[in-house]
Design a protein around this ligand. Structure first.
Ligand code: ADP
Length: 362
């Protein structure tokens, strides 16, 4: 079905709705859209922080109406506010959304800046947790640079389940969902903090994750509003911070640690990535970015150090092939390293939450 046909049907579906003040939804000045791209419908409602709560109902109604539009692949109606996000946030201590009741722990993998190997770490830790017998899902929340579709060779569109919730995809024995499968890159590029948060909380609640021991969330890089919003809005059990040994990256990592501590999310571990380079010709290890910095820093900050991952071509090649190193070569040196780090992560998690029960892995 063409986007134009879907757009017409989407407008029709919204035509009966009204804003809380009685004006027609489609005619309201703060409503942008609907837009349709590859069957994905997006609408945004501009609001102030104070008015956001009052718009929750109409947002949900509009979304339900759009989901029933024939041919619609996904439908998102987001509240957006460029200036402040605070009142849109749920307080840090809110209970897990009912919908995530089957997920024992949501764990964020974060980094202070992009390009340090956060996604590579997230996906290999997820596979490492699975190798330790756990049932695992991974959500790629890196809206501006989603890499999970490549890392796990996810193709096509997620399917809709019976209750019109999306079914996560399966790859290498874990469940996976990526913003990259839902929203096209151009739409996501212009999203700011509140829209990012609103989209991610919807990804958590609109996807049928079923029962999981751990849901890994590959966070957007950095420590801005969007990250803080996710940390507060998703009831995280803990966070893993990824850093390269460079001083600059460590400063960023410290910022990340401080952010999670501020919202009372325990740091379950620090992973040092691209720690050293093993020369394929001479076999010697070269510490390109200095050595031991992350471990010393972890000790100084009182956070667990999970391990140091070398810079290697193997890791990169495996990631590019859609079969991450833990899936491709679990017995190899790197595979074992990630599986060991995942075991340490799980130990830290169950130490923080001693009543944890485990599920049967996929
Ligand atoms: P981020 O999520 O922090 O942006 P990615 O995980 O996408 O980072 O990694 C960025 C690039 O670096 C990717 O091409 C990835 O394959 C590569 N990479 C990550 N970690 C390593 C490593 N230890 N050795 C070699 N290449 C790596």
């Amino acid at each position: 079905m063409s986007d134009d046909t879907i757009l017409l049907a989407a407008r029709k579906a919204l035509s009966g709705l009204t804003m809380p003040d009685g004006t027609p939804f489609l005619g309201a000045s703060q409503v942008s859209g609907p837009t349709v791209s590859n069957g994905r419908i997006n609408v945004s409602i501009l609001t102030t922080a104070d008015a956001a709560a009052a718009l929750g109902d109409i947002r949900a109604k509009a979304e339900v109406a759009l989901r029933n539009v024939p041919g619609a692949v996904t439908a998102f109606v987001t509240l957006t506010n460029d200036k402040t996000i605070a009142p849109v946030l749920k307080p840090a201590a809110t209970a897990k959304p009912e919908i995530l009741a089957g997920v024992s722990h949501v764990v964020a993998v974060a980094s202070g800046k992009g390009g340090v190997g956060k996604s590579t770490t997230a996906v290999n830790l997820a596979l490492g947790l699975r190798a330790n017998g756990l049932k695992v899902g991974i959500l790629d929340a890196d809206i501006h640079g989603p890499s999970l579709p490549t890392l796990l060779a996810l193709h096509g569109q997620p399917r809709m389940g019976q209750d019109r919730r999306l079914l996560p995809m399966q790859s290498n024995g874990i469940l996976a969902m990526s913003m990259g499968l839902m929203v096209d890159a151009e739409t996501a590029m212009v999203w700011r903090g509140p829209m990012v948060m609103s989209a991610i909380t919807q990804m958590l609640s609109d996807v049928d994750w079923g029962t999981l021991d751990v849901l890994i969330v590959d966070m957007p890089p950095g420590t801005g509003d969007a990250q803080l919003a996710i940390a507060q809005g998703t009831t995280l059990a803990g966070a893993v911070i990824v850093s390269t040994p460079q001083d600059l990256a460590l400063i960023d990592a410290r910022r990340g640690i401080a952010m999670f501590k501020k919202v009372d999310v325990p740091i379950l571990g620090l992973v040092e990535n691209m720690a050293h380079f093993t020369c394929t010709d001479c076999g010697k290890q070269h510490a390109l970015f200095g050595t031991g910095g992350a471990e010393a820093e972890a000790k100084r900050l009182g956070v667990p150090f999970l391990g140091a991952v070398p810079l290697t071509m193997d890791l990169r090649a495996a990631s590019d092939s859609g079969q991450p190193i833990v899936a491709r070569d679990p017995e190899g040196q790197l595979g074992r390293l990630y599986i060991d780090m995942a075991r340490a992560l799980w130990a830290n998690l169950t130490a923080s939450y001693p009543n944890t029960q485990t599920h049967k892995k996929l």
